[in-house]
Design a binder for this molecule. Structure first.
Ligand SMILES: Cc1cc2nc3c(=O)[nH]c(=O)nc-3n(C[C@H](O)[C@H](O)[C@H](O)COP(=O)(O)OP(=O)(O)OC[C@H]3O[C@@H](n4cnc5c(N)ncnc54)[C@H](O)[C@@H]3O)c2cc1C
Length: 389
């Protein structure tokens, strides 16, 4: 009798798990990947859209072009994860499973910050980035507030990258001197957990004349008077407000006994949940490490998926005992002026969590480009049927 491996969410985690399992298991194991979208996008390509360097259409990779033909893709919205009956209900179907991998990512909650939907912009969704570009394109003078509302949020360096790229964007257009750029973060320092990051970032902010306001938690916006309310401080006026929305676990996860109202807790060694043969990977999980947590980033989602695939293969074949999850990965950071830095992290593999900023340099740009290229080539064929070369 064949076995069913069901993967919920075709992001970094889901795509990587599906690819490895398909390569390693024979056809008696069916692998089904479900996602509500028809396409995948690399997180950092939202900057390409936000700054008008590429269109939304140019950054999408479509699931109809999955590289592994033996992975069945179903486009549908998952509405119920029923762990007792081992069933997953989507809008149109019901699926059973022998193994379940949940990689449903994080949901953005812009409405959780009063006034933000009406008065602000974001670049964490593709639609948000698309909406923001024409606004930036027309902006020639005034005050821009760029704010992170709270933790956890995907890719800790991303908001700082936004700041540096805003500076470059307006400099090239010759209007930077007429624009005041202020960044507000609730933390006492920018990326305090990554060694070397805070000093580098602060220096770059000073050089670029971007005001960095730490311990500034924006609690809401007044879109009429264009004021941002800040916890325990005077409000700040803005002409354009760009924020990183609060994140939460997707509704279907919060409402299941996997999430119990929040993120999924897993055994950090193999990403197993408390339910038999049910795993969770990526942004949808919360993995505490001392007073921190494994960051939400594609690199960690993918690393987790490799461990889960190995664990399942070991359960099935008894071969290749898997290595524990080390939470290692790299996040890139656009530093402006064409330079790229990278934050390399190992959260669970050593005696204490390690996270170090390297660069910035022109040379690291090649690493960022191959990060994107390698993943797309591994997971997708080109629409004409060829592999990405
Ligand atoms: C601006 C920006 C820059 C970034 N830069 C980097 C970087 O340099 N390096 C890095 O490692 N990471 C980066 N990230 C973060 C990275 O994109 C995410 O952490 C990563 O996508 C998480 O992978 P995942 O598989 O956990 O979830 P996702 O990739 O978010 O995938 C989850 C999938 O689940 C689907 N889904 C959710 N709910 C349902 C449902 N009910 N029914 C059906 N489908 C559903 C979604 O459609 C989605 O496709 C960046 C993010 C942003 C926003």
């Amino acid at each position: 009798m064949g076995k069913e491996i069901l993967i919920l969410g075709a992001g970094f985690g889901g795509l990587e798990a599906a690819s490895i399992l398909r390569e390693r298991l024979d056809d008696s194991y069916s692998i089904t990947l479900i996602d509500k979208n028809d396409h995948f996008i690399i997180g950092f390509s939202k900057f390409e859209v936000m700054f008008g360097r590429r269109t939304a259409g140019q950054v999408k990779s479509f699931y109809k072009d999955l590289a592994h033909e033996g992975v069945k893709f179903v486009r549908d919205t998952i509405e119920l994860i029923d762990l007792e009956r081992k069933k997953v209900k989507t809008r149109n179907h019901t699926f059973g499973y022998d193994f379940l991998i949940v990689g449903l990512g994080a949901e953005l909650a812009p409405e959780a910050t009063p006034g933000f939907v009406e008065g602000g912009y974001e670049f964490y969704s593709l639609e948000g980035a698309e909406r923001l570009y024409p606004v930036l394109d027309k902006f020639t003078a005034g005050t821009i507030l760029l704010s992170v509302f709270g933790k956890p949020y995907k890719c800790p360096p991303a908001p700082f990258e936004a700041a540096f790229q805003l500076h470059d964007f307006f400099t090239v257009r010759g209007v930077r001197d007429a624009i005041e750029l202020k960044m507000l973060i609730p933390a006492p320092a920018p990326m305090p957990n990554a060694k070397g990051a805070a000093e580098q970032l602060r220096r770059r902010f000073r050089e670029r004349n971007i005001t960095l306001l730490t311990e500034h938690k924006v609690t809401g916006l007044d879109p009429v008077s264009r004021q941002a309310h800040i916890k325990g401080r005077e409000p700040l006026a803005y002409d354009l407000f760009i924020g990183v929305p609060l994140h939460r676990a997707p509704e279907v996860v919060r409402e299941s006994s996997l999430g119990n109202g929040g993120w999924i807790k897993v055994d950090h060694r193999n990403l197993a949940t408390e339910f038999e043969n049910v795993y969770a990977v990526g942004d949808v999980t919360q993995i505490p490490v001392g007073d921190r947590a494994v960051p939400k980033a594609g690199a960690f989602a993918e690393a987790a998926a490799r461990v889960v695939a190995a664990d399942i293969i070991y359960k099935i074949t008894g071969q290749d005992r898997p290595m524990p999850f080390e939470a290692t990965g790299v996040c890139f950071l656009e530093f402006g002026g064409g330079q790229v830095a990278q934050v390399s992290a190992n959260y669970l593999g050593g005696p204490k969590p390690e996270s170090v900023l390297e660069g910035p340099s022109q040379a690291l740009r090649a690493g960022k480009e191959s990060f994107e290229h390698d993943r797309l080539r591994r997971w997708f064929r080109q629409p004409n049927g060829e592999s990405y070369g």
